[in-house]
Design a protein around this ligand. Structure first.
Ligand SMILES: Cc1ncc(COP(=O)(O)O)c(C=O)c1O
Length: 376
C-alpha cells in the first residue's frame, strides 16, 4: 500500500485547454487563458485586480516592491510560515518581525501585533494557515491606526472566507498559490491580488519587467517602454490553460476535499474527547476551504513515532513549518517579539494527514491506522 500525502488532482480539461493554447501560437503570458483566469479571480474574490504570477513567492515579491519596502524597514509576520513570506521582504533588505500565533487557529495572534510596531514598521503579513482566516477586522484596524499596509499571504486560502468576505479581498494586497500541493493547481503558479487602487498601475509595470506593455496591448500607448523597476513575474499561457481548467472545477474540488475533511473530523472526535489529540478549530467567522487536515499530538516524541508508524504502513503524513526564527537565516535577519511559545509548541506537535480528491477509497484505511497509532 502507498497512500501519498498529496496527489495533485486533474479535471480532464487541462489537456483540452493546453491544446487550444498551443493552437493559438500565443504562448507567452497575457493571452486568452490568462484573461479568463484573471477575470475568474477578480469575480470570485471581488478584488480590484488579479495578476497571474509564476508562484505565490513571486506574487509576494511583487507586493514588497509595490509596498516600496526599503532596507531597515520592518514587516510583521508569524514565524510559523513558509520561507517565502519572509524572503520576499528580506530580498528588499527589510527585517521580518516575528509574532506568536494563536493556540486555536495557528494564525498570527492579532493581540500581539501592536507591541511589535516601531517607527520602522511598514506592513503586516497575516498568513491564513490551512485556509482558515486570520482575525482580519482586528488586523485591519491596527493597520489603519498606524498607517501600515496589510498583505495577505493567502497561499492556502483560495475560496476561503472571513465573515463572508473572500480571503484575498480584505488586505491592501494578497497572494495566492497554485502550487501542486494546493487545492487549485497549475504545477507552479500564483496570483497577486490588488485591492488598493494606489497599486494598480505599478503592479502591471512590475509584472512585465518594468514596462508599460499591458497598456500597449490595450491600445493606451503607441509603443511600450521602460517605466519602472520590475522583473519577469508573468506566467505563460501554457500554465494559464491548466489553471483555467482547475478554476472552472473549483466548486467540485472544494466539495470533494470538504467531504474528506468532514469525514476525518467526525472520525477523530472520540480521540479528542479522550484527550489524546486536538482537532483543527474553525472559528465561527471563518469559512475554510478544506485545504488541510491536521492533528495536534501531545508531544514531539509522540508525533515522530506516529509519522514513522504510519510510514511503515505505507501512509505518508507530514509535519509542517519549522519556525523561521529557529532557522539559520531567521536568526541572522529577523527580530522576534516575546517568546513565540505557541509557535514552538504547536509546530512540534502538528501532523498533517493525506487530503486529496481521490483519497475517498483509502479513507477508512487511513482513519483506522491513525486511530490505532494513537490508541494502540
Ligand atoms: C504560507 C505560504 N506562503 C507562500 C508559499 C509559497 O507558495 P509558492 O510555492 O506558490 O511560491 C507557501 C507554499 O506552500 C505557503 O504555505
Amino acid at each position: 500500500m502507498n497512500i501519498p500525502f498529496n496527489k495533485p488532482y486533474t479535471t480532464g480539461k487541462e489537456l483540452i485547454y493546453l491544446e487550444q493554447a498551443l493552437h493559438t501560437r500565443q504562448l507567452a503570458g497575457g493571452g486568452a487563458f490568462t484573461k479568463k483566469c484573471t477575470a475568474w479571480l477578480e469575480q470570485s474574490v471581488g478584488c480590484r485586480k488579479a495578476l497571474l504570477t509564476h508562484s505565490c513567492t513571486a506574487a509576494l515579491e511583487m507586493t514588497a516592491l509595490l509596498a516600496d519596502i526599503k532596507p531597515g524597514d520592518e514587516v510583521i509576520m508569524p514565524s510559523y510560515t513558509f520561507v517565502s513570506t519572509a524572503n520576499a521582504f528580506v530580498l528588499r533588505g527589510s527585517v521580518p518581525v516575528f509574532v506568536d500565533i494563536r493556540e486555536d487557529t495557528l494564525n498570527i495572534d492579532e493581540s500581539k501585533i501592536e507591541a511589535a510596531i516601531t517607527p520602522k514598521t511598514k506592513a503586516i503579513v497575516p498568513v491564513h494557515y490551512a485556509g482558515v482566516a486570520c482575525e482580519m477586522d482586528a488586523i485591519m484596524a491596527i493597520a489603519g491606526k498606524y498607517n501600515l499596509l496589510v498583505i495577505e499571504d493567502a497561499a492556502q486560502g483560495v475560496k476561503s472566507g472571513y465573515k463572508g468576505r473572500p480571503l484575498g479581498s480584505i488586505g491592501h494586497m494578497a497572494a495566492f498559490s497554485f502550487h501542486e500541493t494546493k487545492n487549485i493547481v497549475s504545477g507552479e503558479g500564483g496570483a497577486l491580488l490588488v485591492n488598493d487602487l494606489r497599486f494598480m498601475e505599478r503592479a502591471e509595470y512590475i509584472l512585465e519587467k518594468g514596462t508599460n506593455r499591458s497598456k500597449f496591448f490595450r491600445g493606451e500607448v503607441d509603443k511600450y517602454t521602460w517605466v519602472d523597476i520590475g522583473s519577469s513575474f508573468l506566467t505563460s499561457e501554457i500554465v494559464a490553460a491548466c489553471l483555467f481548467a482547475q478554476l472552472e472545477a473549483e466548486d467540485q474540488i472544494t466539495q470533494r476535499r470538504m467531504e474528506i475533511w468532514d469525514h476525518y473530523h467526525r472520525a477523530f472526535s472520540a480521540l479528542e474527547d479522550a484527550g489524546k489529540i486536538r482537532r483543527p478549530i474553525i472559528p465561527q467567522e471563518c469559512q475554510h476551504n478544506a485545504h488541510m487536515y491536521y492533528l495536534l499530538l501531545s508531544d514531539l516524541d509522540k508525533r515522530t513515532r506516529f509519522i514513522e508508524r504510519l510510514k511503515s504502513q505505507g501512509i505518508s503524513t507530514v509535519f509542517h513549518y519549522v519556525p523561521l526564527d529557529t532557522s539559520p537565516m531567521g536568526k541572522k535577519v529577523a527580530r522576534t517579539v516575546d517568546t513565540l511559545k505557541h509557535t514552538h509548541d504547536l509546530s512540534d506537535r502538528l501532523v498533517r494527514l493525506p487530503l486529496w480528491p481521490g483519497l475517498e477509497e483509502h479513507l477508512a484505511t487511513v482513519i483506522d491506522s491513525v486511530i490505532t497509532a494513537i490508541t494502540p
